[in-house]
Ligand binder design. Structure first.
Ligand SMILES: [Zn+2]
Length: 344
């Protein structure tokens, strides 16, 4: 049951968390109950998909798995892998399938095609999970302005939480600028990444409740005024990294954020590589300075301004910090909680 190692908060005794000695002795109906409970109330997962323009139709996006099965860390792959433990796990997964949101690759020819790979569909729980995207399109080939809001509303129906990673917003030297400015009065400063274009993208998600701006822990500078005594977690066990140094300080900050998230009931989403942890403005300011709050507030304000007098949804805008937890351990000695190994 290797897959279980990614199912939750690390605990002081990793052996107890990853091995359930009595499972094999359970009667079949209890085995099925165990797995049904697992799939019905899983820890919120994070999934990432690639978006590109459909070559046969410039008004449609194609959704694909983020990478091949060795490198894609998405939670839907993890759940698939866990279903291979035994037939009870597989039956429980089939039960989940009935209520899950299944993403479609395209609806260009009036027949939906599932995102699949070797016969596997990408199942996401639209109510609890986080979806993130890597955009492989830009202004030169097509743009958000060409894309059909109506078609994508159907494609992404029932998805309630999405994030866009800060380093995928375009600009820089990358060729893809999915959020390039399309405004009449274009300003050089916002040309490569325009908040209004991002709002046009957000409109594709008709059932969206929360849009997150996601910041990678490694890209964030710590606040100059940060009092070091406020960094280590107070109750949760610390996490250790083999690299130590600056990385260790950031990991302590992240662990403290996870602790605050638990205390305040904030969201966390997991994939095979790491964890996204929701952070409130006040705490973001304390640990990282004003950047996170400022950028989250600016997209929120733009959405409010653009949706005025239209029927656009009332969405909350929040921030996530993402930490790569591969190779990280609780005591510094035992097996890492997450590894980069392929699932199968
Ligand atoms: Zn613009």
């Amino acid at each position: 049951m290797e897959a279980v190692e990614n199912t939750g908060e690390p605990v002081p005794s990793p052996t107890a968390a990853t091995v359930f000695h009595f499972y094999s002795r359970l009667p079949p109906e209890l085995k099925l109950k165990v797995w049904t409970a697992f799939y019905e109330d899983p820890l919120p997962g994070a999934h990432r998909f690639r978006l590109s323009i459909l070559s046969s139709n410039y008004t449609r996006l194609a959704v694909r798995p983020d990478d091949d099965q060795k490198r894609d860390a998405s939670a839907w792959r993890e759940r698939r892998a866990i279903a291979r433990v035994d037939k009870y796990a597989f039956d429980a997964l089939l039960k989940l399938k009935r209520s899950a949101t299944i993403l479609y690759k395209d609806i260009a020819h009036n027949h939906p095609i599932r995102v699949w790979e070797n016969g596997m569909t990408a199942m996401v729980n639209g109510k609890t999970d986080l979806l993130t995207f890597r955009c492989y399109y830009g202004y030169t080939k097509a743009s958000v302005a060409w894309l059909s809001v109506r078609a994508h509303s159907e494609l992404f129906a029932n998805i309630t939480q999405i994030a866009v990673d800060e380093n995928n917003l375009g600009g820089g030297n990358g060729k893809n600028r999915p959020f390039e400015c399309l405004c009449l009065a274009r300003h050089a400063a916002t040309r490569k990444f325009c908040l209004r274009t991002l709002c046009e993208f957000i409109r594709f998600f008709k059932d969206l409740k929360v849009f997150y701006r996601a910041f990678s822990l490694d890209d964030l500078g710590l606040a100059n005024s940060l009092d070091l005594s406020t960094i280590p977690p107070q109750k949760l066990p610390r996490l250790y990294t083999a690299k130590g140094g600056a990385k260790q300080v950031r990991l302590d900050v992240f662990r403290r954020l996870q602790e605050i998230a638990q205390e305040k009931g904030l969201k966390q989403f997991h994939d095979r590589r790491g964890t996204y942890c929701e952070v409130q403005y006040k705490d973001a300011l304390h640990f990282f300075g004003p950047k996170i709050g400022k950028q989250t507030e600016e997209i929120s304000k733009t959405w409010t301004a653009v949706r005025a007098n239209r029927d656009w949804a009332n969405i909350e805008f929040k921030a996530l910090v993402w930490a790569n937890l591969q190779g990280v351990t609780v005591s510094g000695e035992e097996q890492p909680l997450r590894t980069a190994k392929p699932w199968y």
